[in-house]
Design a protein around this ligand. Structure first.
Ligand code: THU
Length: 160
């Protein structure tokens, strides 16, 4: 039997189509990207997280000479938020990434598989979907309405 799964997503051709809170998140993610520590890849990523109390926190990728010891922007931001505000729900996450030398054309940067799994953990924990936006520095933005949309057949604690 053949089955199919489908996701829907929003595409913004230009970030000027974003509303005020989305624009604030985009700006914070771009600011965080500037502080990324990525001397090995020269690929800078920033991530901004909106909590239910309206506060925005951010993170960026942190690389290491022992390459696998580094961490993506999404998990740097997410783990910090989860460590400090364990009882506040995450409403929205905005990721902006791309080469240090910004290129004229670059597609939006989606979270890596490991970050999707980590994000999924908190979406499940809070029992409420998280809006995820991702972009490069080139103004196009993609939005999904849940982390699980990016991770079909996700593994979670119900399987343990
Ligand atoms: N990176 C992120 O921070 N987030 C992603 O979703 C993709 C990749 C970082 C990891 C590494 O520091 C650099 O980008 C190149 O892979």
């Amino acid at each position: 039997m053949k089955k199919e799964t489908q996701i829907s997503y929003e595409y913004f051709k230009n970030s000027s189509e974003l509303n005020d809170i989305e624009t604030a998140l985009f700006t914070k993610a771009k600011e965080a990207r500037e502080n990324a520590y990525a001397p090995y890849s020269n690929f800078l990523v920033g991530c901004a997280v909106l909590l239910e109390n309206g506060e925005i926190y951010s993170g960026n990728n942190q690389e290491n000479a022992a390459y696998p010891s580094g961490l993506c922007a999404e998990r740097t931001a997410l783990f910090w938020v989860a460590a400090n505000f364990p009882n506040l729900k995450i409403k929205k996450i905005f990721v902006v990434g791309g080469p240090k030398e910004v290129q004229a054309s670059h597609p939006p940067i989606p979270p890596c598989g490991a970050c999707r799994q980590s994000l999924m953990e908190y979406e499940t924990k809070q029992n409420e979907n998280i809006d995820l936006y991702f972009s490069s520095m080139n103004e196009e933005v993609v939005k999904v309405n849940a982390i699980k949309d990016l991770l079909p057949f996700y593994f979670d604690s119900t399987f343990l």
